[in-house]
Design a protein around this ligand. Structure first.
Ligand code: IPE
Ligand code: IPE
Ligand code: MG
Length: 246
């Protein structure tokens, strides 16, 4: 029996987030340039998006490019941006067919103009789709997101729109880029690194973490299913004791 058949579809995580890591090492292992890894990583994205949609996952958030990634060698950044543009172009038809709604988080106005425009168009074009919500984190920094939220809230207090004592967790969450999404129940990171790298710090407060040694270009929907199955075997206690849950 494959992992897919073992999954209890009534107990799916609503939101799965993925730190797609290991493209460079994958390419290096094959004696190729890092960019070759990024190109192959797109095949994994396509397969995982399809797998998530078919399974009935509602939200899939992919860490695609971090704010820190701008500091990589210029040719790599340029290649990633070009890949992003060509991929959106190529995939838009599939997204429509599969009823996927594209969304972004992060400072996307920092992306090259062409990239920004393509993304905006794709988000607009898929906005009425009712299936999987696919969110790409681009030029994303969780600390910046949290700082910006604090700034926006402070400005509202200053203007007298809200009172300082009205600021609670729910209001704070409403000022994050993920305002209209539930928190991820499951966070996957590939490539054998055990860190969060400034991704969704607020939102993963109680997420189940899943790490795999697989490099992102080797990751496929079966690996997603394996991670979800692992998630379903865990007991989420939220501070309670086991007896209170069962
Ligand atoms: C993840 O793979 C993709 C991005 C961060 C854009 P990496 O490019 O980080 O690959 P490794 O970690 O160097 O192998
Ligand atoms: C995290 O991967 C960012 C993305 C997957 C887009 P990195 O490869 O940039 O993370 P670090 O720098 O090794 O932590
Ligand atoms: Mg990496």
């Amino acid at each position: 029996m494959g992992f897919r058949e073992e999954i209890d579809t009534h107990k799916l995580p609503k939101h799965v987030a993925v730190i797609m890591d290991g493209n460079g090492r994958w390419a290096k292992g094959k004696g190729k340039m890092r960019v070759f890894g990024h190109h192959n990583g797109v095949l994994s994205v396509r397969d995982v998006v399809e797998g998530a949609g078919e399974l009935g996952i509602k939200y899939l958030t992919l860490y695609t490019f971090s704010a820190e990634n701008w500091n990589r060698p210029k040719y790599e950044v340029t290649a990633i941006m070009e890949l992003l543009i060509s991929t959106i172009n190529k995939e838009i038809k599939k997204l429509m067919e599969n009823n996927v709604r594209l969304n972004t988080i992060g400072d996307i106005d920092k992306l090259p103009e062409k990239c920004y425009v393509e993304l905006k168009n794709a988000v607009e074009k898929t906005s009425a789709n009712t299936g999987l919500v696919l969110t790409l984190a681009l030029s994303y920094s969780s600390r910046r997101e949290i700082t910006d939220a604090a700034k926006a809230i402070a400005a509202k207090v200053e203007k007298g729109l809200i009172k300082a004592e009205d600021v609670d967790e729910a209001l704070f969450a409403q000022h994050l880029h993920t305002a209209d999404m539930p928190d991820p129940e499951l966070l996957i990171r590939t490539s054998g690194e055990y860190r969060i790298s400034n991704f969704l710090l607020w939102q993963i407060a109680y997420a189940e973490l899943y790490f795999t040694d697989k490099l992102w270009p080797d990751f496929r929907r079966e690996d997603l299913f394996e991670a979800i199955l692992d998630y379903q075997k865990r007991e989420r206690r939220f501070g309670l004791i086991s007896e209170q849950i069962n």
